[in-house]
Design a protein around this ligand. Structure first.
Ligand SMILES: *Cc1c(COP(=O)(O)O)cnc(C)c1O
Length: 344
């Protein structure tokens, strides 16, 4: 979900970019009036996340899945540590194994990824520890920045800009923008400059973060429209109180919905309470009401709840509550749950 005004601003720029008579889709990425868009987007990322000196913000294509490979290409010399918290973490590990030794420091696979492992040992000779801060499919989230003897790398695709982050603990933070920042087509990568250039292998130009740091995301044609949309949404976040306010809104929405899941006799949450995601709220029907699942999905869909079907690896329902989601939107879902309960 994106704020309506962000969608409208992007649509307007697609019709006429800043009174130029050209569409945002027609201009050169090197046009004089586009560079300020990239500059503004970088500045807003740095401001919102309080990014320290020595870090670069770059915009890349290829989806978060390409960062699964770019990360080890750039940072894994011998050994890397990975925390296995679900589907996306496993995909990241698979790519890393092409480049060196991968140590799985802990896994929650034993309980279908319904919790975040804690108290695991981190090898001090690892080049980095990779974590997935929010597990979009399973609805678990680490809303904290781990203390680690080695630098962190995080896939924050589905919770970036939903809370303040201590960027100084990370060598790299990446996010496919389509979940909480923009439309599909661009990744936001925050990279520590001093961590680059340390691996002995040769890195193909496009996969080398240094290429894009040096060129300010302008080495080749970047995804112009998604960057513009991201810039507009980052402006919206700033105007609405920044990531502290986004975190408060997320807590308010999630508290309401989890309270109803816990109260309602038909439903139960799937995730260990302390690890519940504020972004992707997963719940299923209690065993005795299992056969009503399809009916509830239809009932809620008829009332305008779109896309609440859970991922097939969890089943049930998943309410994604990204930054633009409103309290009213969540209240409407809660009302549907109450009304459906009253019928049964
Ligand atoms: C969606 C998602 C991805 C994959 O993103 P793509 O841009 O489709 O490659 C990776 N990690 C997480 C946490 C995700 O939610």
């Amino acid at each position: 979900m994106l704020p309506r005004e962000v969608i409208e601003a992007t649509a307007a720029a697609c019709l006429d970019f800043e009174g130029s008579g050209l569409s945002l889709m027609e201009i050169s990425h090197r046009a004089k009036n586009f560079q300020p868009v990239v500059d503004k987007a970088v500045e807003l990322v740095k401001e919102l996340l309080d990014v320290p000196e020595g870090y670069s913000v770059i915009f890349l294509a290829g989806g978060a899945s390409t960062e699964f490979c770019r990360v080890p290409y750039n940072f894994l010399e011998k050994k890397a540590a990975y925390l296995n918290t679900g589907t996306w973490a496993k995909k990241a590990m698979k790519e890393a194994k092409l480049f060196g030794e991968v140590v799985e420091v802990a896994s929650s696979a034993d309980d279908n990824y319904t919790y975040i492992p804690k108290g695991f040992a981190i090898p001090e000779d690892a080049d980095y520890l990779h974590v997935t801060s929010n597990n979009t499919i399973f609805g678990t989230e680490m809303r904290y920045d781990l203390d680690s003897p080695v630098p962190l790398v995080a896939d924050m695709s589905s919770d970036i800009f939903s809370r303040p982050v201590d960027v100084s603990k990370y060598n790299c933070i990446y996010a496919g923008a389509q979940k909480n920042v923009s439309m599909a087509g661009v990744n936001i990568v925050i990279v520590k400059e001093a961590a680059l250039g340390k691996v002995s292998r040769q890195i193909p130009t496009m996969l080398d973060y240094a290429t894009h740091v040096k060129s300010g995301s302008m080495f080749n044609t970047p995804p112009v429209v998604p960057i513009y949309c991201a810039m507009k949404n980052l402006e919206w976040m700033k105007k609405n109180g920044g990531v502290e306010a986004m975190a408060k809104r997320a807590e308010e929405r999630a508290d309401m919905l989890y309270a109803e899941i816990d109260r309602n006799k038909l439903f139960r949450g799937t995730v260990k309470e302390e690890d519940r995601s504020l972004m992707n709220i997963c719940f299923v029907m209690n065993d005795e009401y299992k056969e009503l699942e399809a009916d509830f999905l239809q009932f809620a869909t008829d009332r305008g709840m779109v896309g609440i079907k859970g991922h097939r690896s969890v089943g049930g329902f998943r309410a994604s509550c990204y930054n633009a989601q409103t309290v009213e939107g969540v209240q409407a879902l809660i009302q549907s749950m109450k009304d459906f309960e009253a019928q049964h």
